[in-house]
Write a protein that binds this ligand. Sequence first.
Ligand SMILES: Nc1nc2c(ncn2[C@@H]2O[C@H](COP(=O)(O)OP(=O)(O)OP(=O)(O)O)[C@@H](O)[C@H]2O)c(=O)[nH]1
Length: 845
Amino acid sequence: MSDTDGKKPLGVGGGAGRSGQVKQSFSHGRTHNVVVETKRKRVVVPAKPGAASGGGRSPSAVSSDPSRRPAGISDAEMERRLAALKAAKAREVEEKAQREAEEKAREEERERRRLEAEAKEREEREREEALRLKAEEDQRRAREAELRAQKKAEVTKPKAPEARPAAPADRAAAEAAAARAETKGVTATAPRKTERERPADDRNNDRNKNRDDNRRTGKLSLSQAMDGEGGRQRSLAAMKRKQEKARQKAMGFSQRAEKQVRDVQLPETILVSELANRMAERTPDVIKSLMRMGLMVTGNQAVDADTAELVIDEFGHRAVRVSDSDVEQVIDQVQDKAEDLRPRAPIITIMGHVDHGKTSLLDAIRKANVVSGEAGGITQHIGAYQVKTESGALLTFLDTPGHAAFTSMRARGAHVTDIVVLVVAADDAVMPQTVEAINHAKAAKVPMIVAINKIDKHGADPQKVRTDLLQHEVVVEAMSGEVQDVEVSAKTGKGLDNLLEAIALQSEILELRSNPDRAALGAVIEAKLDVGRGPVATVLVQNGTLKRGDIFVVGEQWGKVRALINDKGERVDEAGPSVPVEVLGLDGTPAAGDVLNVVSTEAQAREIADYRIKAAKDKRAAAGAAITLDQMLAKAKADQNVAELPVVVKADVQGSAEAIVQALEKIGNDEVRVRVLHYGVGAITESDIGLAEASQAPVIGFNVRANAPARNSANQKGVEIRYYSIIYDLVDDIKAAASGLLSAEVRENFIGYAEIREVFRVTGVGNVAGCLVTEGVARRSAGVRLLRDNVVVHEGTLKTLKRYKDEVKEVQSGQECGMAFENYDDIRKGDVIEIFEREEVQRQL
Ligand SMILES: Nc1nc2c(ncn2[C@@H]2O[C@H](COP(=O)(O)OP(=O)(O)OP(=O)(O)O)[C@@H](O)[C@H]2O)c(=O)[nH]1
């Protein structure tokens, strides 16, 4: 449509219409003249097919050629249509132009931004460069000034007065002289000034001249810029200030960011959050660091000192190990002087296999020593007792037989036992627990005396015991060894005296001594919560003398001795070394094996007890919480496969509770185990029931009963309470219950073999094997395996078992039969059929 594109202007030609021009204007100042014509006369032309669509022609062509105009369209209509068309075209062109313009604007904006960024960058670079050059210039000047000062110092030296820079007066004189010389036609006699001899003014003038020259060149060097130049100087100065500010700021920052190495006080265990606090680091960072070490902890969990030290190192601080246990230093740690030591009674533990007569022997020894006529004839049971031998030696026996008690005491660090009496029944032999007892005694480096018991029994063979012991490196005296052996009968009392004398002798060899005149030190051998008397601990004094009124700390408990009761049930005022006494006046029940120390003041006792409670808590937290990833995985894996029988155990005395727990923990195998959720001393309480309910565990009461609220609670919650007074019954019951958790074992019994002699094809049945039962019996209901060259090729069931034509249930060995497999056809002559039955066997622990 453009007038420049060579197309004909719109029109019908030949003056058929009145022509005119329309000027179109577009963006960017472009214009466009369009020639249009207005029709005066309406010409009706019959419509030709395809004319309406124009057959690809432009509408202008249609309008210019009346013969092609659609029929029945008036000029005015045609004109309107053309105008509409034109307007549409114009709109289109306008929109396109607008789009282009927008795109161009966008492009320009992009370009502008790019240029801006470049300029900014350049400016930045220039500024940096300017600063660098300025710094260099400053340096150079400083050097120059220094040099000048040096030279000045040289020229002002008295030996070279002529070299002194001329004073203005001198200079005037010199100039006058020079003028005179000049007028005389003589070359200047004044010596030519060297650069350094020239006055500063001259040089400044030169420099200014230079600067002016340079300025004239149109170039601005950086030094010039620095030296002056009005506005520039100001902006550079401002820049300098800014730069200085930034530098100071940066320096300040770097000072602040500089790692401050701290001395971190590190106790034996520390909470992660506290550790972070002491290092002035963020807790999450510390947790991350611990995670990198494989420890999954939270801020509220404790870690041990070694782990914490690694973390402290990693953060670049210094660990300073401190011990909260410093509070314990008040406990008298002084070594006793040799002259203060007095002989003391040995402390004896009786060990041996089940039913070899430990309890009987202890009872026999006690009874034999009970002065006839003493109240009840039998002393009060306090966990230990003392006996006097005929020779007058005092011996202290621990009344908790078995190595469980011995080990648990030893595990707590209470080395109480001086001598172990190993009981071996003469009618039996060395049994597993005998060996364990030997090992325990050896591990604790405690000497042993072998008591060969039950010699009254028919069939007793003490010699066999002696030879059996040889296998376990226990060589008794009768076999020319060093271990004393005594034949006894707990039943008849025979040989008991010999045993006591043997113990006395061993004790003499050991030269057991202690200082009775010092603050007492003892070990708890049993503790219980007694109705009416409160917490009671049976303590074996090991050193010093425990007196009424003494203030003491024992494990996590403390107290003041309110009363002391000896093994005969008598109240005593004091207990010396190796004397067992019941101690009343504790603030809580300690644990067997806890050490008792007498201290000076209640405050000390309380402080130590508090520290120990905290330390134990932290230790438990550290042990229970800070599980390594490996442990977590192992646990998760183990938990999937192992069935657990949880139990809550309550017993009358600590010793029984521990013995029960140890026995229960031994029950189980890879698939099943007993888990003691909680154990303790005293009646079964509501809290025990609560715990049991939460884990769906039964509560076991050993010689204790549930109190009324606990009973009600147990009834309501359906928690089972079981009472026992014999440990073996208890263990057997739990073992049976744990066995119930074992999945039944499926056992296979082979019941017969058959050989395939022939294979027949039977329509509707498939391949049928003609067999001979070579062994056992073939049973229809049994499982079968097809063996080819002793390789199992199929396992399944029988579809049919026939004897002649009849379907039978079983076929005996030596008989022929026909067999077909369910869903299996590939049978061959010579194959062997193995017939088996499966049986489920309930396993036992
Ligand atoms: N004939 C005879 N029997 C004895 C003798 N000593 C113990 N017995 C019997 O052996 C059995 C077991 O004795 P205990 O004293 O209970 O044995 P124990 O080693 O303490 O057993 P546990 O406490 O179960 O480990 C009891 O029936 C005793 O009567 C003995 O010298 N002669």
